[in-house]
Design a protein around this ligand. Structure first.
Ligand code: AN0
Ligand code: CP
Length: 317
């Protein structure tokens, strides 16, 4: 695997899971693989888990790590061609990216949807500029439309906790005060369908995700109906994905906040969320603190998914 931008890049899913469980038993098994190799992590947006878990993964593999927070200390970057750069941006991405490639062997990029232009976001313009101009293998640390390292970790977590071969996995929209990207729900839906689970997505009207990511999942607009018999509940907010309302908040109905009322109709489901989460907007204190909450094991598995992905990339160098 050279680049990692989605589930399609990982190859055979069961082999990936086997490697994940192997690494979980012995995180330093491949510590020689990354000797004298450098990972550059480039952040256009904030992060806690991705930053720490990916750096830890690189250290598991013996790599050196450099972190660049583009908005803190680097030059402000222009991303459009043809712009007369007489404003506040001092450098163009088309020089900055190949320069970054000079100092490392692998690049991880976090670059959220900007909600300025749907086509640019859905074409993954920034991530693709890294792929096309850095000369290095590139992996997504959450780009405009996907967060595959998160979904891989979520999948490992479900495999570790499921009690039936094909669990019912329900992803539920929940309210949030700010516009959030569709990256996490897109990747989660796509990865869960690829894993062969019974996948249901529930959200208010207007929050339909792009079918490129949700094909194979069922949509149920009635949240309580969707939750019936669920084995896993995945809470997440996202903003509207449609061209007419792209990036907008269309609904703030707090009856969608996931609490004991909804969890009561599930099959004693586990609760999952990628974090960071706003309590009592997305999920109540009781549910997230309850015995069926998997939010911490999911975060722990981010180290494992990142180690597998970096290992596969290092093996391709
Ligand atoms: C981001 C999002 O929803 O995509 C990152 C989640 C991993 N969340 C926020 O910006 C709060
Ligand atoms: N889940 C996740 O990616 O968290 P961060 O935004 O803190 O990295």
């Amino acid at each position: 695997m050279r680049h990692f931008t989605g589930v399609q890049d990982i190859g055979d899913l069961h082999e990936a899971l086997r490697q994940a469980l192997e690494i979980k038993k012995d995180r330093f098994k491949y510590v020689e693989l990354g000797r004298n190799k450098t990972l550059l992590m480039v952040f256009f947006n904030s992060s806690l888990r991705t930053r720490l878990s990916t750096q830890k993964a690189a250290m598991n593999l013996g790599m050196n790590v450099i972190v660049l927070d583009v908005n803190q200390g680097a030059w402000k970057l222009e991303t459009e061609r043809g712009v007369i750069m007489d404003g506040d941006k001092s450098e163009h991405l088309l020089e900055a990216v190949p320069v970054m490639g000079c100092y490392c062997d692998v690049i991880g990029v976090r670059s959220f949807a900007r909600f300025e232009n749907r086509a640019d976001d859905y074409e993954e313009k920034i991530l693709n500029q890294f792929i096309n101009y850095s000369g290095r293998p590139v992996f997504s640390m959450e780009a405009a439309t996907g967060h595959p390292l998160q979904s891989f970790a979520d999948w490992i977590t479900i495999e570790e906790h499921k009690t039936v071969v094909r669990p019912k996995v329900v992803m539920s929209w929940a309210p949030h005060p700010k516009s959030l990207p569709q990256a996490v729900p897109n990747s989660f839906a796509q990865w869960m369908v690829a894993a062969g689970y019974d996948v249901v997505i529930t959200h208010p009207h207007g929050y339909e995700l792009d079918t490129k990511f949700t094909a194979g999942a069922r949509i149920e607009y009635d949240q309580m109906k969707a939750f019936e018999g669920a084995d896993f509940i995945y809470g997440k907010n996202w903003s509207a994905a449609s061209p007419e309302h792209y990036g907008q908040i269309l609904n703030t109905d707090r009856s969608w906040t996931i609490g004991e009322r909804q969890m009561a109709v599930t099959n004693n489901a586990y609760f999952m969320h990628c974090l960071p989460v706003r309590r009592n907007m997305i999920v109540t204190d009781d549910v997230i603190e309850g015995p069926r909450s998997l939010v911490i094991p999911e975060a722990a598995n981010r180290e494992i998914s990142a180690t597998v992905v970096l290992k596969m990339i290092l093996e391709s160098l």
